[in-house]
Design a protein around this ligand. Structure first.
Ligand SMILES: O=P(O)(O)OC[C@H]1O[C@H](O[C@H]2O[C@H](CO)[C@@H](O)[C@H](O)[C@H]2O)[C@H](O)[C@@H](O)[C@@H]1O
Length: 273
């Protein structure tokens, strides 16, 4: 059974570094990272979430010593363009669309059949919401995020109504939640947690040498935290509206960067004997 706790009750990954690393049991962590709210702070609009040079350097150095994947709700190509590193793996649209070094490319969740429904839903939502000031319909290959961060509070219900109307007419799609967004996703049992386990298998990491470690900040990251309970480490950044299946926490994007740098040093020391 999945154990859940309040975010505030989790120990800090930085304050409890020694205890956290003891859980590696001599294995190397394979590192899976969310993008928004984890590698970049949450900002008013998606295109404003720019990766800092310092975080890019931390990711590049970590990927030189272990496997690193960004597992995002964003469109895969979009998050690749934001990160701009070719030694990482990228899982976009919540894990439906995966690429990696050496031309690796796969769509393991089997979402292709949902593309016509996503195209249709995108068109309907663009039209229905064009008069709702501040709303934004963000199309990803295998998901649509309907943003209401910049919508007046008394109009958010209108956004939700439009989303529900589309979903009622399209059984191929289901709703997902995030920070000030409603998401329309393929109605398939696939999520970030399954994408992480798929990558572990595909990259040959399911052995005594590697342990999965996942860092994320949002509701969709809970699928990964739940999947890793008992077989890996989940770290929540900040908090969201619900309890969490993560076992440690970090307070901010800056703490994520410091933690990643420490991981790189730890892995380097281990390989130097
Ligand atoms: O899984 P992630 O990489 O964390 O992606 C989740 C969603 O992130 C983006 O939206 C969120 O970040 C925006 C920029 O900070 C913010 O304005 C928005 O309110 C947040 O929900 C992205 O735009 C979505 O497509 C992702 O699903």
């Amino acid at each position: 059974m999945i154990q859940k706790r309040e975010a505030q009750d989790l120990p800090s990954a930085l304050n409890q570094l020694h205890e956290l690393k003891a859980q590696f049991q001599g294995k190397t962590p394979a590192v899976f990272l969310d993008y928004d709210g984890c590698l970049t702070p949450i900002v008013q609009r998606p295109e404003m979430a720019i990766l800092s040079d310092e975080m890019r350097t931390a990711l590049h150095e970590l990927a030189a010593v272990t496997k690193v994947a960004v597992v995002s709700g964003r469109d895969r190509k979009n998050v690749e363009d934001l990160v701009k590193l070719d030694n990482l793996y990228f899982a976009g649209s919540h894990g439906f669309d995966i690429t990696g070094p050496g031309g690796m490319a796969s769509e393991p969740g089997g979402a292709k059949a949902a593309l016509p429904a996503l195209d249709k839903a995108d068109g309907i939502l663009q039209e229905k919401l064009q008069h709702v000031a501040g709303s934004l319909v963000e199309r990803k290959r295998y998901a649509i995020a309907v943003h209401f961060r910049n919508v007046a509070e008394d109009q958010v219900q209108e956004v939700r109504k439009a989303v529900d109307e589309v979903l009622d007419a399209m059984p191929e799609l289901k709703i997902g939640y995030g920070k000030k967004i409603y998401e329309l996703k393929p109605n398939i049992d696939w999520h970030k947690g399954k994408a992480v386990m798929w990558l572990m298998q595909e990259l040959g990491l399911n052995d005594d040498n590697y342990i999965p470690l996942y860092i994320g900040d949002d509701i969709t990251d809970e699928d990964a935290f739940a999947e890793l309970q008992g077989q890996g480490i989940g770290i929540l950044v900040g908090e969201h509206d619900d309890q969490t299946a993560a076992t440690y926490r970090l307070e901010s994007v800056e703490e994520v960067r410091v933690f990643l740098q420490d991981l790189t040093d730890t892995i380097k020391q281990k390989s130097n004997g």
